[in-house]
Design a protein around this ligand. Structure first.
Ligand code: SF4
Length: 336
């Protein structure tokens, strides 16, 4: 790659979100990424919703909670975050002195976008005596306005750890919030946000699928709508769904969450069948368009050139760190 190309690619980084460079087709990206990890003391953290190649090359694969915990404990100099923007931001907040790279800066999240910080600030001001519990799928600005961050793995334990009389705002996912109200019996004020992937599953198509596969277990993420959760045999965070699919004796599963998790399910249970739950649109897939912006090529390029990097304001990082640390402390207390 000529130097002039990398200069142009860096100039276009903000507009494109990634380094748009041609890669030699003969390059073995798997071994190149391993080389870069060793040379730069870099760790690759990948979310379960990443494409299989990225999961295979990652040092650690997990859900939001596990990835935040890993980001907190890593001794690597560079964290390469194969996930979406709010996840890389969380890693940076926990490691302000480390370099955090994200293969594509445009890997956002519709759920995080559904809670703009200025509107959320006003919403919070309208409920002054409420404690703010915010799902990790939000921007750093919204985290800074929150008291405790949670993930779908620890939300129930965090809510239950609070005094019964404590009034709570839960944001930004209304479906997860409604599910938690049922599970905890707490009357929380909900922000009206949702994930575009989990809202799209078609109950009608899942019901038809279940008729064709009567022994299949329907397993669903709590970000799905209530009507779908009602027909699920098991509801849980991404890591809980993975664990359930490996431990349950059933041999067929209809999986209502982002399809990337099927790769790990199949690795852990090679003889079982995993059927992605169909969405309510013409497309048969349920991939998150943001998660899938990251590719093996972009991962390699960001490690080679150490761009795009997550750069954040120090004061914002300090303010957003407190509620994240509170989540990690409570999770540790409950062995999560
Ligand atoms: S699956 Fe939904 S919540 Fe997760 S990153 Fe994609 S849009 Fe956001």
């Amino acid at each position: 790659m000529a130097d002039i190309n990398i200069q142009d690619a860096k100039k276009n980084l903000e507009k494109k979100g990634f380094l748009d460079l041609d890669i030699d087709v003969n390059l073995d990206l798997f071994s190149e990424i391993e080389r870069l990890k060793n040379e730069k003391n870099a760790v690759v953290l990948a979310h379960y919703y990443q494409e299989p190649d990225i999961q295979d090359v990652a040092d650690f694969i997990g859900d939001s909670l596990a990835l935040a915990q890993k980001a907190q404990s890593t001794t690597a100099d560079i964290i390469v975050f194969a996930g979406v923007h709010f996840m890389a931001e969380t890693a940076k907040i926990l490691n302000p002195n480390k370099k955090v790279l994200l293969p594509d800066l445009k890997a956002g999240c519709s759920l995080a976008d559904s809670a703009p910080a200025d509107a959320f600030k006003k919403f919070k001001e309208n409920h002054p005596d409420h404690l703010v519990i915010t799902y990790i799928n939000c921007t750093a600005e919204v985290k800074a306005l929150s008291d405790i961050i949670c993930t779908s793995s620890n939300a129930e334990a965090i809510i239950n750890s609070l005094p019964k009389e404590q009034k709570i705002i839960f944001a930004p996912d209304k479906n997860l919030g409604a599910y938690l109200i049922k599970k905890t019996g707490r009357d929380m004020v909900l922000w009206n946000g949702a994930c575009q992937v989990h809202e799209l599953f078609s109950l009608e198509k899942i019901t038809k699928l279940k008729m064709r596969h009567p022994d299949a277990k329907v397993i669903a993420h709590p970000e799905c709508e209530e009507s779908l959760l009602k027909v699920a045999d098991f509801i849980g965070s991404t890591s809980a769904l993975l664990k359930y699919s490996a431990q349950n004796p059933a041999t067929e599963f209809i999986v209502a969450t982002e399809a990337g998790i099927l790769h790990q399910m199949q690795i852990q249970s090679p003889t079982k069948t995993f059927i992605p739950a169909p969405p309510d649109n013409a497309c048969a897939c349920n991939d998150c368009p943001f998660m899938k912006l990251n590719t093996l090529e972009k991962l390699y390029l960001c490690m080679e050139y150490e761009e795009p990097e997550i750069i954040m304001d120090e004061k914002l990082m300090e303010a957003a760190k407190k509620p994240i640390e509170r989540m990690l402390e409570i999770s540790k207390k409950f062995g999560l």
